[in-house]
Every structure is written in C-alpha cells, then in structure tokens.
Design a protein around this ligand. Structure first.
Ligand code: NAP
Length: 331
C-alpha cells in the first residue's frame, strides 16, 4: 500500500495531513495584493537594486507597469540587459533603464549615485533589494567583508548619497528588503569588517539582515519631518536564486521544498511592493513588515536608538560618509 496509502487510510494521520496542508496553504494568503492596488506612478522615478532576478525583477516589473521611470540597478550588464528587455517587453514602458551598480563596492555605489544625481530629476522610491547569502568569506579590495558590504554597507552608502534627491521629491519611500533571519543576527562589527574570523556564512547573512532593520529604524529617526519614509520587510521564504552560493545538497533540498511549498518570486515581491506603493503604508515609517504585509515586531535591539546610532556612526566611519578627505570608494 505504501507510506501514502498507510497515511490516508488511518483517520488520525489523514486528519493531521489535512490540517498540515491547510496550514501550508494558509501561509500563502496575504492581506494585500499588488493587483488590487490601483496606484499609478506616472512622473515618478524608482530605483530597484538587484532587479535582474528573483524578487527584485518582479518588483521592478510592477513599478514599470505602474508607469514609473524604473531604474534597474544591477551589477551585471548582461543579466541586467536581459531583465531590461523582458520588463520593457512585458510593460511597454520605455522609461525602464539599466544602470550598473555593485553594492559590494563603495566605488561602484559612488559612481552610480553620482551619475544618477547628474542625470535624473527626482527619486520617489528606492528599493534596497540586492542581497546575497552563503557567500564564502572574502575581504573585498576595499577591505570589507563581502556579504556585509553587499547586503548592508553598500545600501547604507547608496541611500545616504541619494537622500537629498529623495527629500526634494517628497513624499518619497525607501524600502529595505531584510529577512526574518535577522532574529538570529548580531551586531559584532569585528567579524563583519574582517578583523576577526567569521563564525559561519548564515551568521553573517543574518547579521547583515539585522543591520538592515537597525538602519531602517535609525534612518527613520533622522528623516522625521522630511516627507521621506523608510521601512523594512521580510519577503517570505521564496523560490529564487538566493541559494546559489550554497552546496549542491543545500540547493537540492531548497529546490524540493520550493517545488512543494515555497512561493515564487512574483508572490515574493508582494511585501516589498506593499511598502513601496500601497496607500496603507502612507505616513508609516521606521517599521518592519512581515511577508503577509502585516506590521511585525523586529528583534528588540533593532529599535534601540543607542544601537542604531552606534551602527550608523560605525558605518559612516567605514564609508567616510560626510567627512572631508579620502573616502572608501573614492577614486
Ligand atoms: N528568497 C528568499 O527566501 C529570501 C528571504 C528573505 C530575504 N530575502 C532577500 O530578498 C532579496 C532578494 O533576494 P532574492 O531571493 O530575489 O535572491 P536572488 O534571486 O539571488 O536575487 C538577488 C539579486 O541581488 C543581486 N545582487 C547580489 N549581489 C549584488 C551586488 N554585490 N551588487 C548588486 N546586485 C547584487 C543579484 O544580482 P546577480 O544576478 O548579478 O547576482 C540579484 O539580482 C535579498 O536581499 C535577500 O536577502 C530573500
């Protein structure tokens, strides 16, 4: 009869299986959906980092459909070009543009920001989506731990360099794509800057995702009264290329789970789009949203102003932001 037959034939097992199946499907339910949100973004400009694959591509696609001038900020010309063509074809929006940005390189972030400020008139929505997990421990040419630079320090610098443009375009929104994995992170900068050996790959990822949330709360405190809001979110556990740097068996397991239970990147874009465009989020800032678009409590220390200030000052120091003289990424 086999295992499945045995499970189905026993009433208790059958009932448990049914409850489990319903619970898994219920997790797919969301209280908001981009399709039911009529917001039009004609005349607005949006930047989406890491827009060539996964969640970022579907976020950019939706913003382009809403007629935003949509800048795809990607590190690969080839992959970015493919996404650009796909999004232009799907939306018919000629205002979709590609710019090169590698968030792990402060020089690339500065180049991107400089060109953006020279060429663009406004910035209404900034989606800090680019991110990587499972990268081997590497110190970049600028002396920064690679995952830390990619997921946190680059987005920190980028946001700061574009802030004046956003203030001038207010009301404007910043969206930081974090993760529920931030609950397992910590803020020990020593191993993130390469001064101490790394504990493990997941730990550094979780810590950078915690930094995204701490940064969101601290930036909100600094932006009050400017008309620029900032929120962080968990997109859900989504079937994307996020596992590409893990071992084959991790990837296989993720693919099997993905096939059976996980949502695709289109659904994975929902909570990011909720923060970026929905009317419901108007006037809300400094918060953390869950994958079903509901407000959630982040790790308590993420909301501690002393922690936020400390991370901000350390990041300013590392990037040289706001200081005269040589800065990381300057040519
Ligand atoms: N998938 C999930 O289950 C999950 C859960 C929680 C949070 N997230 C977060 O969601 C965000 C999007 O991830 P995803 O799941 O869509 O994964 P993905 O398919 O791997 O997409 C990641 C995107 O980020 C880009 N990227 C990576 N490193 C970059 C760099 N140094 N500079 C510029 N772009 C870079 C990638 O570009 P390339 O193609 O050039 O590598 C890609 O476009 C990430 O911040 C991730 O941490 C995902």
């Amino acid at each position: 009869m086999g295992v499945l037959g045995a499970v189905i034939s026993h009433p208790i097992w059958a009932a448990c299986s049914l409850v489990l199946a319903v619970a898994l499907w219920a997790r797919r339910w969301r209280r908001w959906s981009p399709g039911t949100c009529p917001v039009d973004l004609s005349g607005k400009t949006a930047v989406v980092t890491g827009a060539n694959s996964g969640i970022g591509k579907f976020v950019a696609l939706d913003l382009a459909r809403r007629n935003a001038r949509t800048i795809l900020a990607c590190r690969s010309l080839e992959r970015g070009q493919a996404a650009l063509e796909e999004i232009r074809r799907a939306t018919g929006n000629p205002q979709v543009q590609l710019r090169i940005l590698d968030t792990s390189s402060m020089a690339s972030v500065r180049d991107f920001a400089q060109r953006f400020l020279e060429e663009e008139k406004r910035l209404d929505i900034l989606v800090n989506n680019a991110g990587a997990s499972g990268l081997p421990h590497t110190v970049t040419a600028e002396g920064l731990e690679l995952t830390f630079a990619t997921n946190f320090l680059g987005p920190f610098l980028l946001t700061n360099l574009l802030l004046d443009a956003m203030k001038a375009s207010a009301p404007a929104r910043i969206v930081n794509v974090s993760s529920f994995m931030h609950y397992w992170g910590n803020l020990d900068l020593k191993f993130l800057t390469g001064e101490e050996p790394l504990k493990n790959r997941s730990h550094v990822y979780n810590s950078t995702k915690l930094m995204n949330v701490v940064f969101t709360a601290e930036l909100d405190r600094r932006l009050r009264g400017t008309g620029v809001s900032v929120n962080a979110l968990h997109p859900g556990v989504i079937k994307t290329e996020i596992m590409r740097y893990y071992s084959w068996w991790h990837r296989l397991l993720y693919s099997i789970l993905g096939f059976l239970f996980l949502k695709g990147p289109r659904e994975g874009a929902t909570s990011t789009l909720y923060c970026a465009v929905s009317k419901e989020v108007e006037g809300i800032s400094g918060k953390y949203f869950d994958s079903d678009c509901s407000l959630a409590l982040p790790l308590a220390l993420a909301e501690d102003p002393a922690v936020g200030r400390k991370l901000w000052e350390a990041s300013e120091k590392l990037t040289g932001l706001g200081r005269r003289g040589p800065q990381v990424g300057d040519k």
